[in-house]
Ligand binder design. Sequence first.
Ligand SMILES: C[S@@+](CC[C@H](N)C(=O)[O-])C[C@H]1O[C@@H](n2cnc3c(N)ncnc32)[C@H](O)[C@@H]1O
Length: 261
Amino acid sequence: MTSTDTPSADLPEHVRANREYWDSMAESWVAPGERSWAHDSPTWGVFSRPQSEVPFLPEDLDGLDAIELGCGTAYVSAWMARRGAKPVGIDNSAAQLATARRLQAEHGLEFPLLHGNAERVPYPDASFDLAVSEYGAAIWCDPYVWIPEAARLLRPGGRLVFLCNSVVSMLCAPDDETEPSTERMLRPQRDMHRFAWPEGGVEFHLGHGEMIRLLRGCGFEVEDLIEIFAPEDATDSGVAYAPAEWSKQWPVEEVWRARRV
Ligand SMILES: C[S@@+](CC[C@H](N)C(=O)[O-])C[C@H]1O[C@@H](n2cnc3c(N)ncnc32)[C@H](O)[C@@H]1O
């Protein structure tokens, strides 16, 4: 693992808080990470939708320089590497990266893993063809910082793809993470940006209009916004904010696909 680490005291307050939070949570992500590394076909979101239904990864990854922003246990990077891409993963949590490094060794798949903040990536401008984030920078970094950074890292024509909670889900998810979302909106959409949760993490979510303006302002053309619903035969996912009946009616997650002009 390469360390590009900034001392914690020099990190922005939310990055410091999220480093502490994710280092403390990493143990509970070991088993899901192991399962995902062992799985060869990518699935996406809390209802494990197949790539054929939720086309998160571009079809042809062969030879692409790719970066995963907030890679966690790095199974998305592993899926990209197996399809011919040359991934680099960056994550803010040394504990998450320790799992990623162990799984690399177990699966005989090596690619660079950096310990650092995805809002400031130590690579030159235009280093990558593809930047992805599945619940990494996509929700844990400030979009007004990480999206311009992703634009800087991408070559002209390069792609940015990220998966995050849907806007409606963020309006309905209770503060208590063990409680289910209901049909009641619990917070305003106006000025939505920073969400500090009682259990410790700090997330960021924007409404669709603001996200489109931000992406376009950073030099991206928005290609798609894929809203993810639970399938008709779904039973509860085990994730409280995503009850099956709720998620059949409203999108629980969304995938943004954008191209660097
Ligand atoms: C839910 S995981 C997503 C990663 C991967 N898809 C997974 O499920 O293992 C969230 C990851 O984002 C990372 N993260 C949070 N803030 C970050 C930041 N500022 N820079 C890089 N990674 C960050 C956390 O350390 C954590 O590993």
